[in-house]
Design a protein around this ligand. Structure first.
Ligand SMILES: NC(=O)c1ccc[n+]([C@@H]2O[C@H](COP(=O)([O-])OP(=O)(O)OC[C@H]3O[C@@H](n4cnc5c(N)ncnc54)[C@H](O)[C@@H]3O)[C@@H](O)[C@H]2O)c1
Length: 376
């Protein structure tokens, strides 16, 4: 990804190469990412992103990692999620405002940047709202491949909002789920999910309650949005051998699983320092035992130990998943010739003459502009 090389690049930095692909980041708008997913196919995108996430988690020690920076307010949170390896840096801006849908806005909205570590030059600016849904579902399915019973076929899907279809398709294509039992407090959200999944080949069972939805489920995905200590899954609802994919408990004061469910389970997280603050395990003592997913992927720790064990993936979303997803989208866009070059950074003949960009190109206009600027 690092295409820059200082000495040989210098002569390109002239005003007539203002939009040089070497130094102008690729911009992937939301419509561009929609088109990219349509052209590549949803299954290929989910599979490809999961593969990139797995490959990056396998080289965990290469990354400079930190918990995300969160700015909380009464209705929600805005977070910045940076990460880098020796050559590539990325960050995501993302919000979480559960009440937004009531005023016609998404609960989760995001965009992000990939940059070259050697020079700090931005390489990609991308929408990440759709990409977040893809990477979250890909991560959930990847974790379930290692943690759920291999014969899992039935999934309960609690919370039928923006993320839910992506979760259903990822579990169908990557895990082998053939039946989804769905429930949401909002009947219209469930009707939307039923409509969007019709024709998917999945058997859909609309349920009246959480209790009904989890009956007979091998996997339970909770992906609700409510900024409260909610209890979507309590200990009386779980059965031996279940895998719980907890997606919506991802912020201080925002949980979905009761402490008893966590105590009864073997719990897996993405990055413990962040998950202990944001995940369902925020309810537990600081030394509550958890295993990081990368350790299982690398074979350093066991995942599920036996068929009747209850496993929990306490997902909060980690910066490395966005790094991997942007890496996948960037590569796919370049292959398909998609996206546009963005004149985001001033490109200078003399990098010390930033002021010169304010002056017009002809000598007289430059003088005139200079005089005008100096007079103000
Ligand atoms: N872990 C991650 O990486 C990750 C990534 C993206 C989103 N999320 C989280 O996932 C959650 C869902 O996101 P979204 O974009 O789908 O939000 P959304 O607002 O579009 O959908 C959430 C749905 O949950 C339903 N709901 C709320 N309380 C419920 C309850 N008690 N029982 C059943 N349903 C209930 C709502 O009616 C709504 O339909 C959010 O909490 C978000 O923060 C986590």
């Amino acid at each position: 990804m690092n295409t820059l090389n200082h000495p040989s690049r210098r002569h390109f930095l002239t005003s007539d190469t203002f939009a040089s692909p070497l130094i102008s980041p690729l911009y992937l708008s939301a419509p561009a990412v929609v088109e990219l997913v349509q052209r590549k196919g949803l299954k290929a995108c989910l599979t490809g992103i999961a593969d990139f996430i797995q490959a990056d988690f396998m080289r965990w020690e290469d990354f400079d990692k930190s918990a995300r920076v969160a700015n909380h307010s009464a209705n929600g949170v805005i977070e910045l999620m940076p990460i880098s390896d020796h050559s590539t840096y990325s960050f995501k801006y993302v919000n979480g405002h559960p009440q937004n849908t009531a005023i016609g806005l998404s609960t989760v909205m995001a965009f992000g940047v990939v940059a070259d570590v050697a020079t700090g030059t931005p390489l990609l600016l991308s929408e990440l709202t759709l990409t977040t849904a893809l990477r979250t579902a890909a991560t959930s399915a990847l974790a379930a491949k290692f943690l759920a019973r291999p014969d899992s076929r039935v999934m309960a899907l609690i919370g039928n909002g923006a993320q839910s279809e992506f979760q259903a398709f990822a579990f169908q294509h990557l895990v082998g789920i053939d039946t989804v039992r769905l429930y949401d407090v909002d009947a219209l959200a469930s009707a939307k999910l039923m409509a969007n999944l019709s024709g998917s080949g999945l058997t859909l069972v609309l349920c009246d309650s959480i209790g009904q939805a989890v009956q007979g489920a091998d996997i339970v995905t909770t992906v609700t949005a409510d900024k409260s200590y909610a209890t979507i899954i309590s200990a009386d609802l779980i059965q031996p051998g279940m895998h719980i994919n907890g997606v919506g408990g991802d912020c201080p004061g925002k949980t979905e699983l009761s402490a008893d469910v966590l105590r009864a389970s073997k719990v897996f997280v993405e990055y413990a320092p962040q998950s202990r603050v944001e995940g369902d395990i925020q309810q537990m003592p600081h030394d509550f035992e958890v295993t990081e997913l990368w350790q299982v992927l690398k074979g350093q720790q066991t995942g599920r130990d036996h068929a009747s064990q209850i496993t929990v993936f306490d997902s909060v979303g980690f910066a490395l998943e966005d790094f991997s997803a942007m890496r996948f989208m960037h590569a796919a866009a370049l292959t398909l010739g998609m996206g546009e070059r963005l004149a985001l950074i001033p490109q200078l003949e003399d990098p010390k003459n930033l002021f010169g960009t304010l002056l017009k190109s002809t000598a007289s206009a430059r003088l005139e502009a200079s005089e005008r600027l100096c007079a103000t």
